[in-house]
Each structure stands twice: as structure tokens, then as C-alpha cells.
Design a protein around this ligand. Sequence first.
Ligand code: FAD
Ligand code: UDP
Length: 388
Amino acid sequence: MSRRDWLIVGAGFTGAVLAERIATQLDQSVLVIDRRGHIAGNAYDYPENGLLVHRYGPHIFHTNSERVWRYLSGFTEWRPYFHKVLGMVDGRLVPVPFNIDSILALFPPRMADRLCDTLIQRFGFGQKVPILKLRTEADPDLRFLADYVYEKVFEGYTLKQWGMRPEDLSASVTARVPVFVSRDDRYFQDRYQAMPRAGYTALFERLLDHPRIRVELNAEYRDVASSVPHDRTVFTGPIDEFFDYTHGALPYRSLRFERRVEKPPCGLPVGTVNYPNEFDFTRITDQRHLGGAPDVDPLLITEYPESYSVGVNEPYYPIPSTATTPLLERYLASADSLDGRVFFAGRLGDYAYYNMDQACARALALFEKRIAPLVTGQAPSGRIAVSA
Ligand code: FAD
Ligand code: UDP
């Protein structure tokens, strides 16, 4: 293959957005490779039974970033979708994030009223309170509620999902799903919430559809790097893998997905049901809701968390905790030493628990602040923060 200006490793959000920017804005040639047999990374979807199935678990697009929303809107039309989640708590299905309606469903009326009043007086209606913060409250009613929610919603789920207790992870992990002093039962409150109308894979096909972009699938970085001449690299795979684990292996968490088609009435009442306390799996998603197709047969995806082993399963989640910070810093320093030749980005390249919009924002920022100035001869230095 002829020389390429850029080799981009990974055809997920990070790699595809960067390829699009480099090709269209800088007119440079890009080879995008992925070791998987498809584009779109973990957002990959494919048609089955009248639905688009998310192969790597439910992917719901949500963002407060107008910039990301506008950028992606250039490559897809959207179908509005508000994701809802119920959690099985004490044998009842109640809203998650845990909110005022969850309290009203689980406690006797007078007690529920008192708990809601106390919560509203302390934090204000409409506020979000991370569970680890709620547990530091002195008021006996709030302490009771905090312990109840911690035990019934967070403890078991987190132990299954991460093999760790909530307090041993970065507080930002459980803060993603705070106690919500509200009756808004949507999982997200972002300004923009929607699904790509023709699916994620179609969105990626459009991102990558450019004469300066070539895509090779089932292609491993090590093989391509030595056989295809290229000037610069963007690596969106695991940062520790790139450096042959020289500083030691960073921890990741994996999942096993079980997919099955059911007949009504076996479907779920909402997009996802969480099982914090029962079973070995964490949640089941009914793709009918995500696909906006309530009349087709329920298509259920169950997520079983697993420990991660290199070459055996996928590193779906970096594990955010203070325990991993020193090791990550060593890899980030190694990455800095390659500055200008190899760029690292993405959920695995940055080792950061990004949502899709954050991966997209990170790619756009990397392009604007580092890659474009480098190519046009005005390169600044320093790491770049994500701002989705
Ligand atoms: P990825 O999509 O992981 O892409 C990286 C690609 O690099 C992969 O395709 C991989 O095969 C390839 N690669 C790695 N190493 C190599 C190598 N050596 N050679 C060749 N190719 C390589 N986000 C949301 O916003 N909403 C959601 O609802 C949501 N749900 C999620 C549910 C699950 C179960 C998971 C795991 C994630 C979810 N996410 C969600 C997060 C979302 O998947 C990520 O934000 C996004 O995929 C990150 O894109 P990326 O390009 O950084 O990484
Ligand atoms: N979480 C929980 N119980 C729930 C939902 C979430 O304990 O019912 C915690 C758990 O630690 C989980 C984290 O909050 O990993 C983030 O949840 P989210 O739904 O954002 O996870 P993701 O969709 O990224 O897997």
C-alpha cells in the first residue's frame, strides 16, 4: 500500500471523527484500521428482526454539547429517544436513577412523605445527589435513606459490574447515576437525547466516506504499522497494550452479552431493567424501545460482567480509581515522549470512562488544538481536556 499521512488505529467514535477531520479539513491521506471485522467500535449496530441490534450493549446518545450535536448531525438524522430504566428493588420495579417516585413506591405513605420532604428541604427540588455524598449526611432520615439506596441500588450492582465496592472506585462512577430529587424518570437529563435514525453503523459509514480515507478491517496495529509506511499515528486502543505493558497492565472490566428474541408479553416495560440484588447479570435491555419499534418481537440483551484477560475478552471499561492513577500517569508520560508522532485518544487510548459524546468531543479538541496546528505548522504543546 502506498504511503499514508496518517494511520488511525480503531474505527470507533474517536478514530472515525479524527479521520473525517484530517481528510476533509487538512486534505491528508488516512488509513483507518480495526482489528474487528466492522466499523463503529463499541457503537456498532446491525439489522435483525426489524431492529438495529447493538452488538456491544445498549448505546444511547445523549449530550449537552451543542458542538458535538451539530457536528454529528452532519452525518445522521436523529430520532428523539428518552431512555428509561427501572431497578428491581425489594421485588418492585422502581425508577433509576432513584427519585421521588422510587421513594413513594417503596415506603409506606407517611414515611415516604417525610423522606421526600427532608430530601427536598436539604437539597432542593430538581437537585442530583451522588450516593456517596448522601451517605455523609447527619440527619437520621437522610442517613436511613442513604443506607437503604446504597444497599439496595448501588452495592450489589457495583460489586457485580466492577468486582469492587462503590467507595473503592472513583466517586465519579456512581455519581453518573445520582439520587435525583425529582419526578423526572428519564435516565439522562441532557439537552440532546436521540438515536441515529439509520443507526450508528450508517453514521460511521458517512463519517468515513471520503476519497482520502481508506478503511481496513480485521487488521492488527502491529502488522499494519510495520507494512504500511505512514508519517503519524492516532492510537485508540488500550494505551498499555501499545507500550507492551512495560509499566504493568492497567485494569479493565469486561462483559459477556447474551442476546435472545422473545415473544410478547416477555418484553420489558422500558428500555432497560437493572437487577442490583438478584442474579449474576446487572441489566437487561429491550432493543424494541431503543429502536422505536414497539410492535416487533422483544429482543433482549443481558449483560454479565466479567474480569478482563488480554486476548480472551474485550476491555470494555477502564476502571477509574485512585489506585490506578500512578500507573496511568506513567503511561501518559510515555505517550508524551512520542508527542507529534503518535497521539493517544479515546476510551482506551486515554483510559477514561468516556460516553460517546465525550469521545467525540475529545477527538474534535485533539484535532483542533494539536493535529491541525501541527500539520499547518503552528503546533502548541500540553495535554488536552475533554469538554463535552
Ligand atoms: P471504541 O469504540 O472502543 O473503539 C476502539 C476501536 O479500536 C475498537 O473497535 C477496537 O477493535 C480497535 N482497536 C483496539 N486496539 C486495536 C489494535 N491494536 N489494532 C486494531 N484495532 C484496534 N456511551 C454513550 O454515550 N451512551 C451509552 O448508552 C453507552 N453505552 C455503553 C454500553 C456499554 C456496554 C459500553 C461498553 C460502552 C457504552 N458507551 C456508551 C461508551 C461508548 O461505547 C464509548 O464512549 C465509545 O465507544 C468510545 O469510542 P472509542 O472510539 O474511544 O472506542
Ligand atoms: N450503578 C448502580 N446501580 C444502578 C445503576 C448504576 O450501582 O442501578 C452504578 C454502577 O457502579 C455503575 C455506575 O453506577 O457501573 C454507572 O452506571 P451507568 O449506567 O452509567 O453505567 P454504564 O452504562 O456506563 O455501564
